[in-house]
Design a protein around this ligand. Sequence first.
Ligand SMILES: Cc1ncc(COP(=O)(O)O)c(C=O)c1O
Length: 472
Amino acid sequence: MDANELNDKGKKMIDFVSSYWQTIRSRRALSVVEPGYLDTLLPNEAPLKAELWEDVLRDVEQLIMPGITHWHSPHFHAYFPTGNSYPAICADILSDAIGCIGFSWISSPACTELEMKMMKWLGKLINLPSQFYTPTNAGGVIQGTASEATLVSLLAARSKVIKDKNLSFQDINSTKMVVYCSDQAHSSVERAVMLLLMQCRKILSDSEHRMNVKALSEAIKKDLEEGLTPTMCVATLGTTSTCSFDDLTEIGKICNEQNVWMHVDAAYAGASFICPEYQYLMEGVQYADTFNFNPHKWMLINFDCSALWFKDSSFMVEAFNVDPVYLQHVNQKVVLDYRHWQVPLGRRFRSLKLWFTMRLLGVEQLQNHIRKSIKLAKDFEKLVCQNPDFEVVNNVILGLVCFRMKGDNSRSKKLLEKITADGKIYLVPSEINGVYFIRFAICSWFTNEGDVNEAWSTIESLSKDISMQETF
Ligand SMILES: Cc1ncc(COP(=O)(O)O)c(C=O)c1O
């Protein structure tokens, strides 16, 4: 393939993408293929001779698309959103074309410097205290996912313990290190703790699904008495099940008092802080050591782009500094090398999509997107509340409504089975303390008022049978 061919095929690809977006409304949100469907449809070996572009594109539509769950369909309301927009896609094309691996400043100076700048833009945009990006050791880095961000933050917290206690690597006993999070924290926290062979203490949440701060304080005290080392506490802003918010001020005071590293996981909710009226939700963030959110969730940036800020990156940078000759460069004492801020060596030019999206949409359009999603969620909440057979089980603050049919869990389970079989919309469930409910998240930037009304009509009409079966 040469540049001329790219000119032709690239344009065709963009046409294909644009037509995909134009037809997404009519595509079934949830794929219905059976496991292994593709194995029988594709040949068992790679082709020896080049095939035609037209044949490949035909197979995309005929073989691949049936196996796609369309996350950007206006009828997709499962999980949390994943971002996308034309500036982000164009920036990723450019990133792929440049194809640099920006592990050190010299490996592509613009890759490092644009990322540093974008993390400052983004930090200011969400009103993150300047302690996270102004002091020499402070700063932001783009990780792939919130799960990686938690792991990286935990590695830094472990380094701090090692430094504080003046331990050598031989003395480290990870199993004595304890990480605290609420029972509503994302499973990736427990996973990071398992990976580092530490102990995870899940603190019970209160009736509003927020970490019980008194229980946290007692757990830390007990662990200290038993000779364990409280190492990190993860506070969540926007929990996965119900989008609840831990109290950063109260948790932060305890962490600072006990010298426990505090990490804030705002994977989904963090994007809402680009709107000043939602910044109150991160009150107390000044107590944290690290803060993370995923622009790739709700800020119209495509996967992967997870923003992580350190107040003091030196625990990460110095503790895992391997410096082989082939990676060294003359400026490494005066510039930042992102290879020290992450687990892998290689890294893509991801800041381009932040730069393109913020410039080409402007902050105002990004804010409009957040505000529109929240308004639609509030509209849906009203519709649910109008039906006496249903109840809303979360405090709807952002774009997630958790609802259920009143009474036994089996009614809501039955309802979700019917919704899934019907296939017009896609929703997933969750359960807290034995109470099963259905999550309705506003995900796609295509979703409008009509879609929300239609989704509710579908749910209501599918629920009618269930009520009748129960009643008669
Ligand atoms: C609160 C929270 N934290 C972490 C994650 C994991 O995100 P990622 O896929 O970026 O690792 C999620 C996923 O939805 C989440 O809701």
